[in-house]
Write a protein that binds this ligand. Structure first.
Ligand code: HEC
Ligand code: HEC
Length: 370
């Protein structure tokens, strides 16, 4: 605990002095210290792609570059906009030639603390994931080899690749490595909730009740009321478990008849039908519409789903069927969380605490000046 306090003191001291005596901008080079966050847990950093300032700068430029797409109209940022916490505000994302995808764009946040990426968990690393949007015909639709050739023919890129990777040669692997380095810096840790955790913000009564409800599993018999959210949206990251595929769940969106493949498409195990990644809820107030298919427009609709809208199916999570604030008398009856109106509002008050203004305005994440 003492170390933690010393660290906070150091962090706050250094940020104070920066503000008081603005130093002339010095260019930082070399290894970038991906932030240690005391309450986020273990990082998942590769050993064969060390994050450097040069790599981040290159990755950021690539992230905003439309030349990565076949018709030159789409960049990563087309679907991952900073002001929307790196989502696009659409239920289904639109790529080149106005092609509509089958899923909603995911927020890019605190990715260093994940082990499975995309809604169905098909990628394990950011390096591997970056190939998918680049080459998918519904997204950027351009072979990474072609992209490497296009970038090699520019004036600016060979120099940047040299700075980041020690050689001017541009390869698909290096492109994805640079993108991954930039993505690892997209850290959101300055929401009201973070400030509350660090003792810098006094939460309102409603927010305090919301935090309590969010992280409590209800026990009707013992009079313990809870929203049960934290059973899946774990800890201060509010995202799924990083143990194997345990972070993917069926949260009751559809019945057996309409169950989508989800994780089944990755494992071919019928028990995995309808299971999707438990996404982080950080900045959730900015990332509507909600769920993998964008079916809910508002957080109120999301809460109604968990309260009374859960659909039964073979693979519905037992973390949901086992949670109710009501006494469950009929085991075959409806799954109901049975929250009061006030409790629903309190949980939303907590979700709104997760908005991080610094994250969506941080100039280090925005489109670089040409
Ligand atoms: C046409 C819109 C579109 C474009 C362009 C796009 N993405 Fe995405 N992104 C999505 C969608 C939709 C998902 C969810 C995909 C899925 O589940 O299969 C996603 C998911 C992701 C994820 C997974 C996040 C998580 O938490 O699991 C990462 C990382 C990502 N995109 C990075 C990128 C990068 C890097 C680029 C550029 C090379 C890019 N995206 C381009 C729409 C897009
Ligand atoms: C059984 C695990 C589980 C529980 C319990 C749970 N969630 Fe989820 N949550 C998920 C999964 C999985 C998804 C993604 C589902 C999908 O899109 O198919 C999700 C999605 C969401 C989304 C949409 C995220 C986005 O980016 O679109 C919100 C908001 C949300 N949950 C809030 C809550 C709240 C609030 C509670 C408690 C009332 C809760 N969840 C309880 C697993 C769970």
């Amino acid at each position: 605990m003492k170390n933690i306090l010393v660290l906070f003191l150091l962090i706050s001291l250094s940020s104070c002095s920066e503000k008081e005596n603005p130093e002339p901008e010095t260019e930082l080079t070399g290894i970038y210290p991906v932030e240690e966050l005391l309450y986020f847990g273990d990082k998942n950093l590769p050993t064969d792609n060390i994050t450097t300032y040069e790599g981040i700068e290159l990755g950021r430029k690539l992230f905003y570059d439309k030349r990565l797409s076949s018709d030159g109209t789409v960049s990563c940022a087309t679907c991952h906009k900073q002001e929307l916490a790196f989502t696009d505000g659409k239920a289904k994302s639109i790529g080149v030639n106005n092609a509509e995808m089958s899923v909603s764009a995911m927020s890019l946040v605190n990715l260093t603390w994940n082990n499975r990426l995309t809604w169905d968990g098909k990628s394990q690393t950011l390096e591997e994931q970056a190939f998918l949007p680049m080459e998918n015909h519904l997204e950027m639709n351009q072979d990474a080899d072609i992209t490497a050739q296009i970038l090699s023919a520019t004036d600016e890129y060979p120099v940047l690749f040299e700075a980041a990777f020690g050689s001017e040669e541009i390869t698909p692997q290096k492109i994805t490595k640079a993108l991954a380095q930039f993505e690892r810096t997209l850290i959101s840790n300055n929401s009201k909730y973070d400030k509350y955790l660090r003792g810098e913000y006094q939460a309102t009564e409603s927010e305090l009740r919301g935090i309590q409800l969010f992280f409590t599993h209800p026990e009707a018999e013992q009079g313990i009321r809870g929203g049960n959210c934290g059973d899946c949206h774990l800890g201060s990251l509010t995202s799924g478990s990083t143990l194997g595929f345990e972070g993917l769940h069926n949260n009751g969106l559809d019945n057996d008849e309409n169950l989508e493949e989800g994780l089944f498409s990755v494992t071919q195990n019928s028990y995995d039908k309808g299971k999707f990644r438990t996404p982080s809820l950080r900045n959730i107030a900015l990332t509507a519409p909600y769920m993998h298919d964008g079916r809910f427009q508002t957080l109120e609709e999301v809460i109604e789903h968990y309260d009374v809208g859960v659909q039964k199916s073979q693979t519905l999570s037992t973390l949901i069927t086992a949670a109710s604030n009501d006494f469950i008398t009929d085991p075959n009856g409806e799954v109901r969380l049975a929250l009061t109106e006030q409790e629903k509002q309190d949980i939303i008050a907590f979700l709104e605490m997760l908005t991080d203004e610094d994250f969506i305005t941080n100039p280090a994440f925005s489109e670089p000046k040409q």
